[in-house]
Design a protein around this ligand. Structure first.
Ligand code: NAD
Ligand code: UD1
Length: 333
C-alpha cells in the first residue's frame, strides 16, 4: 500500500512515517516545509533504513497535488497551520491554508479516485468541556480561528461522505501530543518561543529559557493548574496505522486519540525534572486567555473501533522529549 502523507515532514508526520515504513507501507511525503525541514525526513530514513519519496509543494497547488498523488492508495492529511494565538492574528492565512488547502486536497483525491483519508483533528473541537472524560458525542464548538478550521474541515468531510458514501474517512481528534522517537533523531521542533507546555519545559531544562510561566494556579483542579491528556507521539503515530486498517469499509468516523488520564502542569514539571535531572524553574503567572481547566479523553472508541490504546507513560514522554532536546539543543537543522 502506498500512502500520500501531507505535512509528513512535521512533528506528528515524521513519527507516523517511521511507523508506516516500519510496517511495510510505501510513503510519499508532500510538504511545503513552512514549519519543518527536509532534514527531518532524512532522519526518518536514517531511523528506518528505508527510503520515502519527498515532494516539496503546497496543498493549495491543486495541479501539483493531483499529479503527485497518482498511484497512491490513501492519504494521511497532517498539513496545516496549528498555532492558536497566531490564528487569532492571521485568520485569513489559517482559513486559506487549512480549509482551502483541504478542499484542494479532496478535489485532487477525487480526480485520482482515491477515497481513503485519515485527517488530523484536535480535541479543541470540544471547546470548554461540559463533561469529562470527553466522548466523541460531546457537542462540538470552538473559540478561535484555528479551532474553526478543524471544525469546518470535519463538517466538509461529513458532507462529502453524505454525498458519496463510498468514501473511507477517519477523523482523529488528538489530545496533547508530546515526546519524541526514542532515537532522539526526530521530535517537536517549534520555531521561536514554544506555545505548548512540554517543548517550553524542555527548553528551560536545556538552558534556552530561564523559567516556565505556569498559566494560572486557581483552576478547579487538584493543584489549581491546568489538566491535560498528554499522549506520546509514537502512540499517536501508531493510531494512524490502526485507523488505516479500520478503513477497509466505507465510513466517516471521528475518534479520540488520548490516554484517558489527565496530568496537571505541575505534575508535568515534576516528571520532566526527574527525567532530565535538571531543575525546572517556574513562576505562577496569570491564566492564558482561552485556556480551559481540564481536558481529557474517553479513549473507549479507539480501543473498540481501532484496536488501539496508548501505552507509553508520562515518564517515558518526558524522557524521550528530553533525549531529543538534549541531542538537538537548537532543534533539527
Ligand atoms: P507541524 O507544524 O509540525 O506539521 C505540519 C506540517 O505541515 C509541517 O511540516 C508544515 O511544513 C506542513 N504544511 C503546513 N502548511 C502546508 C501547506 N499549505 N502545504 C504543504 N505543507 C504544509 O504540526 P504537527 O504538530 O505535526 O501537526 C500535524 C497536524 O495535526 C496539524 O494539522 C495540526 O493542526 C494537527 N494537530 C496537532 C496537534 C499538536 O499538538 N501538535 C494537536 C492536535 C492536532
Ligand atoms: C493547545 C491549543 C489547542 C491544541 C493543543 C494541541 C491553545 C490555547 N490551545 O492546547 O488548540 O489543540 O495545544 O496540543 O494554545 N501552559 C503553561 N505554560 C506554558 C504553556 C502552557 O502553564 O508556557 C499550560 C496551559 O495553560 C495548559 C497546559 O499547560 O494548562 C497545556 O498547554 P498547551 O501545551 O499549550 O496545550 P493546550 O492549551 O491544551
Amino acid at each position: 500500500m502506498k500512502i500520500f502523507v501531507t505535512g509528513g515532514a512535521g512533528y506528528i508526520g515524521t513519527h507516523t512515517c517511521v511507523e508506516l515504513l516500519n510496517d511495510g507501507y510505501e510513503v510519499v511525503v508532500y510538504d511545503n516545509f513552512s514549519n519543518s525541514s527536509i532534514e527531518a525526513l532524512r532522519r526518518v530514513e536514517q531511523i528506518t533504513q528505508k527510503s520515502l519519496q519527498m515532494i516539496e509543494g503546497d496543498i493549495r497547488d491543486e495541479v501539483l497535488l493531483t499529479s503527485s498523488m497518482q498511484g497512491c492508495d490513501g492519504v494521511i492529511h497532517f498539513a496545516g497551520l496549528k498555532a492558536v494565538g497566531e490564528s487569532v492574528e492571521k485568520p485569513l492565512e489559517y482559513y486559506d491554508n487549512n480549509v482551502h488547502g483541504t478542499l484542494c486536497l479532496l478535489r485532487a483525491m477525487q480526480k485520482n479516485s482515491i477515497k481513503t483519508i485519515v485527517f488530523s483533528s484536535s480535541a479543541t473541537v470540544y471547546g470548554d468541556p461540559e463533561f469529562l472524560p470527553l466522548t466523541e458525542k460531546h457537542p462540538l464548538r470552538t473559540t478561535n480561528p484555528y479551532g474553526y478550521t478543524k471544525l469546518v474541515i470535519e463538517e466538509i468531510l461529513r458532507d462529502l461522505f453524505k454525498s458519496d458514501p463510498t468514501w473511507k474517512i477517519m477523523i482523529l481528534r488528538y489530545f496533547n501530543p508530546v515526546g519524541a522517537h526514542q532515537s532522539g533523531l526526530i521530535g517537536e521542533d517549534p520555531q521561536g518561543i514554544p506555545n505548548n507546555l512540554m517543548p517550553f519545559i524542555a527548553q528551560v531544562a536545556v538552558g534556552r529559557r530561564e523559567f516556565l510561566n505556569v498559566f494560572g494556579d486557581d483552576y478547579q483542579t487538584p493543584d489549581g493548574t491546568g489538566v491535560r491528556d498528554y499522549i506520546h507521539v509514537v502512540d499517536l503515530a501508531q493510531g494512524h496505522l490502526r485507523a488505516l486498517e479500520a478503513l477497509k469499509t466505507p465510513q466517516c468516523t471521528a475518534i479520540n486519540l488520548g490516554t484517558g488520564r489527565g496530568y496537571s502542569v505541575l505534575e508535568v514539571v515534576k516528571a520532566f525534572a526527574e527525567a532530565s535531572k535538571k531543575p525546572i524553574n517556574y513562576t505562577i503567572s496569570p491564566r492564558r486567555e482561552g485556556d480551559i481547566a481540564a481536558c481529557y479523553a474517553d479513549p473507549k472508541n479507539a480501543k473498540e473501533l481501532l484496536n488501539w490504546q496508548a501505552k507509553r507513560t508520562l515518564k517515558q514522554m518526558c524522557e524521550d522529549a528530553w533525549n531529543f532536546q538534549s541531542k538537538n539543543p537548537e532543534g533539527i537543522k
